[in-house]
Ligand binder design. Structure first.
Ligand SMILES: [Zn+2]
Length: 368
């Protein structure tokens, strides 16, 4: 049987072709249309169905550039399977941001909701973000077998590519918060997750995370929040991989490294030729620390605490300085022995702003 054409939002994309278009969500009061751009690459050959999705939060737009760098290299005639790309899931947060953490908005400026907290969305009696999630879920994501959900270090921080697989715990409860909404929508009966299902899904998530080939994997096993996209996917048989890469609104090596990692996923799934290329050293840690400032000001980083640097517990990462008086208002030290994965590059910083993410190398559970 020949491979089928993809029908999406009025477009027909035949096997061996690529198509672009928009998912319509709604129309704002002054008639501005809310629409979500997509790309479909319908490979000539049969294979997995993969979604590359980015920018659930508008302040993390760099995944869009990673997806572009991956897909521009692909020849639909040579591809096995189908790739659905959603580089800007939250266009409003990108286009109307600018005031929070230096670039974009985490939340939608239309309803002040976080698009990563409203899954699987709703069609009626729903906020705009819920309607948006409903369109993304029903028109694209629910068709897929795998999804890579790209986040970045926000407009404030740069970040090495890192895989953030979130797995089910070994025993119930598998879910927290909004579990009822998450597993049944009133039409379909709630699905019961059993240990066989969760452990099989965990194994697939782990395999995908390691294949991605980032130097750091943060592996967590605790109850999933079904309001988040990755959890909703894990509940519904779609293997999710959350990754973070790049940030600060800049294009640098982290973007190319993340594109390479994404190509590893395509190779791992057999969608393109070749084998994944692992990094020189790849570690999986159980503890991952996010250091946030207590004080506002300008953060002056130490030269030996940049992304990729190995730091020791207590080592000074940098200082927050009062930009008027030059007083050091906070000396930021690493709470663990580890590797700096993400670091602040944009100023100024408010209390609670991200300074650094550090992978705790005293909690390595696997490495190669
Ligand atoms: Zn994010």
């Amino acid at each position: 049987m020949p491979k089928e054409a993809v029908e999406l939002a009025g477009n027909t994309i035949r096997p061996g072709e690529r198509g672009f278009g928009y998912l319509h969500v709604g129309t704002l009061s002054a008639r501005t249309e809310v629409r979500i751009p997509y790309q479909v690459i319908n490979g000539a050959k049969e294979g997995p169905i993969l979604c590359l999705e980015a920018t659930l939060q508008g302040w993390e737009p760099m995944g869009a550039e990673i997806i572009r760098r991956v897909t521009v290299q692909l020849d639909p005639q040579e591809l096995s399977g189908t790739i659905y790309c959603l580089p800007f899931s939250q266009p409003l947060g990108v286009d109307f941001g600018g005031s929070i953490e230096s670039a974009g908005q985490r939340i939608s400026p239309a309803d002040h909701l976080d698009l990563n907290q409203v899954w699987p969305g709703a069609k009626t009696n729903a906020w705009l973000s819920q309607q948006q999630a409903y369109v993304l879920w029903n028109e694209v994501i629910s068709r897929c077998e795998y999804i890579v959900d790209f986040h970045d270090g926000t407009g404030a921080c740069n970040e090495l590519p890192v895989a953030f697989p979130h797995a089910f715990p070994d025993e119930p409860p598998y879910l927290v918060g909004g579990a009822v909404e998450g597993v049944g929508d009133g039409e379909k009966p709630a699905r019961v997750l059993d240990e066989t299902y969760t452990s099989e899904m965990n194994a697939k998530i782990l395999e995908l995370a390691r294949a991605f080939g980032s130097s750091v994997i943060w592996w967590r096993k605790n109850p999933l929040n079904p309001r988040m996209l990755s959890a909703q996917c894990a509940i519904n048989g779609i293997v999710p991989l959350v990754v973070e890469a790049g940030g600060g609104g800049i294009i640098d090596e982290s973007i190319d490294q993340a594109a390479e990692c994404t190509m590893n996923v395509l190779k791992h799934l057999g969608m393109i030729a070749g084998s994944p290329v692992p990094p020189e050293r790849q570690i999986q840690v159980e503890n991952y620390v996010v250091y946030r400032s207590l004080m506002g000001g300008f953060y002056l980083k130490e030269p030996d605490a940049d992304i990729g640097a190995t730091v020791t517990k207590g080592q000074v990462l940098g200082k927050v300085v009062d930009p008027v008086t030059s007083e050091v208002v906070e000396t930021c030290t690493s709470p663990v022995n580890g590797i700096v994965v993400s670091s602040r590059i944009r100023m100024p910083i408010n209390p609670g702003g991200y300074i650094a993410h550090i992978a705790d190398t005293d909690t390595i559970t696997w490495e190669r």
